[in-house]
Ligand binder design. Sequence first.
Ligand code: FAD
Ligand code: EPU
Length: 337
Amino acid sequence: MIENQVSLKEYNTFGIDVQADSFCRFDSAEALQEILKSVDLKAQKYLILGGGSNILLTRDFDGIVLKNEVMGIHLIEETDEHYVVESGAGENWHQFVMHTLDQGWAGLENLSLIPGNVGASPMQNIGAYGVEIKDRFRSLKAFHLESGEVHEFDAAACEFGYRESVFKRRLKGQYIILSVTFNLLKKPDLKTEYGAIKGELEAQGISNPTIKDVSNAVIRIRQSKLPDPAELGNAGSFFKNPVVPIEQFEQISADHPDIPNYPAGEGHRKLAAGWLIEKAGFKGLREGHCGMHTKQALVLVNYGDATGEEIYAYSGKVLETVKAKFGVELEREVNIV
Ligand code: FAD
Ligand code: EPU
């Protein structure tokens, strides 16, 4: 059923109150095909919506919002090494991860508590604490809007990168992801070296962690610094961590030897955007109804009544100030609509 003039406030984690001209849900490729008999996507704007946790709505949406509610989690195959598990795009990501861990299927424990739905996870190759979905990804099925066919993509075809995939670039707007299939591990391969995970496990007195222990550690770390969208509107990291040429990194680190940095392929280093933003004076700096979070300067928060335009303008100021202070160009991670 197509609804008209629908508020999107409930459907985005920034809590921005804009209206969509029309809005409809679908729970299968067939249901989508049925909708497309009466809706011509060539003639109007459309937005594919999952959990709305990586978008910033800057104005009323004068088109149709298609909310993906394709459900179902299935173990489709077992090999010597893997449980091959397919999930509908509309499943909630964290609940899906919890389900896999409850079954003893390993591999997604470090990606616990990331908001949003399974269908959006390949869009930006979600990642946290040393793991990205590309590490456990097998394939996905996506509806090709132009032909009405369902196409299958393996990892190479998705062209995954750091917070990147082909669906954000070359094929932007051309496909609706219907399901994602993962190679989950029979024998866990725990990644506990990253950041605070080790410390958190030690603090709990755990020396031989299970996948559930790692997941619980990740959940505790995330809860200690990331704002809960139910309490404070946000979309996680607003910018990507910038990758800069090694010469530029050396120049910056000569003045700032404490700058956090990570390997990023030959001739490059990745810098911590949160550190740059904090040093540029924005951590906890509130202007009007928004600001960078007090505990994590990379997360832009809505204190309640911000408009999308206001948040976008504030993010522009952060970009300009970081560029002026460090010569580094930040790139927004959040999708601007
Ligand atoms: P949406 O916001 O609904 O959509 C995001 C984009 O994908 C839009 O362009 C949309 O059109 C498109 N899209 C959505 N579903 C489909 C589909 N089925 N087919 C085609 N296109 C689609 N991300 C990380 O990577 N790591 C983190 O650690 C992390 N932490 C976060 C913490 C918080 C508190 C928050 C609020 C966000 C965080 N994020 C993180 C960002 C976000 O959770 C992810 O990007 C998530 O995958 C977005 O899912 P979604 O369903 O909400 O996508
Ligand atoms: N830092 C500061 N000040 C801050 C925030 C961070 O100095 O206000 C420093 C930290 O001390 C640390 C470094 O920056 O040395 C990195 O910080 P953190 O470990 O919190 O991670 P991040 O780089 O800010 C990235 C992802 C997160 C992901 C975490 C954990 C991006 C853009 N963000 O954040 O993903 O959860 O690592 O792996 O890559 C998201 O994409 O929405 C997201 C939350």
